[in-house]
Design a binder for this molecule. Structure first.
Ligand code: SF4
Length: 131
């Protein structure tokens, strides 16, 4: 296995809360969500992190530090198409390809806490977190 190969068993979660005030995420209790992920899915997740603005410069700095080509990152954030554009620089700065081997976008737009949790479970289970 080369250093850039992904061990598909190893997944990490990187939440973007969109400042915590985005109307499309108003039904999500992020504290409840994070604790439930920890309690219910913690054994399947290498680690989780949460940032309020991954698409801003400080968010990209975080991505540059924690994304790794040996992990598959699940990113619960805005709509998947938006993530493709808005997280591109963060992935580039980390040197991690934004492909299906390394990244599973999960949209939290218009979802509630329970629905996001189910999407994360699906992403952990079958590789893609699509609705
Ligand atoms: S990446 Fe998406 S969810 Fe995160 S702050 Fe930017 S627009 Fe909001």
């Amino acid at each position: 296995m080369s250093s850039t190969d992904v061990n598909s068993e190893r997944k990490a979660l990187l939440f973007c809360t969109c400042s915590g005030a985005c109307p499309s995420m108003e039904k999500i209790n992020f504290w409840t969500l994070a604790e439930r992920v920890r309690l219910e899915l913690g054994d399947q997740v290498e680690f989780m992190a949460l940032h309020p603005r991954l698409c801003e410069e400080d968010g990209e700095r975080l991505m540059a530090r924690i994304l790794a080509p040996t992990l598959k990152f699940i990113t619960p954030a805005c709509a998947e198409k938006r993530q493709e554009k808005l997280l591109r620089d963060g992935f580039a700065k980390a040197g991690v390809p934004m492909d299906a081997e390394h990244w599973i976008p999960v949209s939290m737009a218009q979802q509630d806490t329970e629905q996001v949790l189910e999407r994360i479970k699906a992403a952990l289970g079958d590789g893609r977190g699509k609705e």
